[in-house]
Design a protein. Structure first.
Length: 241
C-alpha cells in the first residue's frame, strides 16, 4: 500500500498497547476514516483497555487530520476465551515455558478469534481493511502471530463471509526497536512520548513503576521485549523530533 490517503475506512485492533497504538497511527496516516476495536477476554492486564481513551485523545492532539479521521471505538466482550484458557494471561500464575516449548502466556486461538470477530464487525460496518499488530520478528513464539497464519485466516474470512477483506500487519517484519522508529516517523517525538506514557504492554497489568520505556513490571516477556527495543532505538536516536 502506498503512503497516499485512501478514501476507504480501516478497522484497527486496538488493545491500548505499544504495537496497536503504532498500528493505529499507521492507519490514520493512510485511511480517510479509522475505527478501532478492543477485546475484553478476562486478561490479567485488562488495564490496557483503560489506556485507550488517553491514547486516542493524544493522537487527536498530535495531528488535526488524525482527529478528523478517527471514527467509532468498539469493545467486544469475549469472556469464554478467558474461561477456556488456562494461561498466565488469564490466570494468576507465574509466566514460564510449558511442555510444548511455548510460554504459558500463549492464549490458544486468541488472534484467530480476535480477527474473526473484527471481520464480523467490519462486515456490518462496511469496512474491508483490518489492521492488526501481529509480528513474528520480536515475539514470544505465538503461532497465531505468524505471517502464514494471518494470510491463511485472511483467505478463510474472505471465503466464509464472501467479502474481499484485507488483513494488514504493518509490524510483521519489524523488531521492537523498528516499531519505536516507526512511531517516530509517523508522529514524531510526540507520538513516541504518548506511547511511552500512556500505552500498556506489561502482562501483569503493572503500572506502578515508571521505566524509561514506560510503565510495567519490568520482568515479564512483554516488558523485556519493549525495554530491549527501547534501548536499541534510543542508542541510535539523540532525541526524537
Amino acid at each position: 500500500m502506498s503512503n497516499s490517503i485512501t478514501d476507504a475506512t480501516a478497522l484497527v485492533l486496538f488493545s491500548g498497547g505499544q504495537d496497536s497504538a503504532t498500528c493505529l497511527a499507521w492507519a490514520l496516516s493512510r485511511y480517510a476514516r479509522v475505527e478501532t476495536v478492543g477485546f475484553h477476554y478476562g486478561q490479567r492486564h485488562a488495564i490496557e483497555l483503560d489506556c485507550r481513551a488517553r491514547l486516542l485523545d493524544g493522537l487527536r492532539a498530535i495531528k488535526p487530520e488524525w482527529a478528523s479521521r478517527l471514527g467509532d471505538s468498539h469493545t467486544i466482550d469475549i469472556p469464554t476465551l478467558g474461561t477456556m484458557s488456562e494461561t498466565s494471561l488469564t490466570r494468576d500464575v507465574a509466566i514460564e515455558m510449558d511442555a510444548t516449548g511455548l510460554p504459558n502466556s500463549f492464549v490458544p486461538g486468541r488472534n484467530l478469534v480476535f480477527l474473526t470477530f473484527a471481520a464480523a464487525l467490519a462486515y456490518r460496518r462496511g469496512i474491508l481493511a483490518i489492521v492488526g499488530g501481529m509480528c513474528e520478528t520480536d515475539y514470544s513464539g505465538y503461532p497465531d502471530c505468524r505471517d502464514d497464519t494471518i494470510k491463511a485466516l485472511n483467505t478463510a474470512l474472505n471465503l466464509g463471509m464472501a467479502k474481499p477483506f484485507q488483513l494488514h500487519t504493518p509490524l510483521m517484519w519489524l523488531d521492537k526497536a523498528a516499531t519505536w522508529a516507526l512511531a517516530r516517523d509517523l508522529g514524531g517525538g510526540a507520538l513516541v512520548d504518548l506511547i511511552r506514557e500512556h500505552s500498556h504492554t506489561c502482562y501483569l497489568g503493572e503500572r506502578g513503576t515508571r521505566h524509561e520505556w514506560g510503565y510495567g513490571c519490568g520482568v515479564c516477556p512483554a516488558c523485556a521485549l519493549r525495554a530491549k527495543g527501547w534501548r536499541e532505538f534510543a542508542a541510535k536516536t539523540v532525541r526524537p523530533d
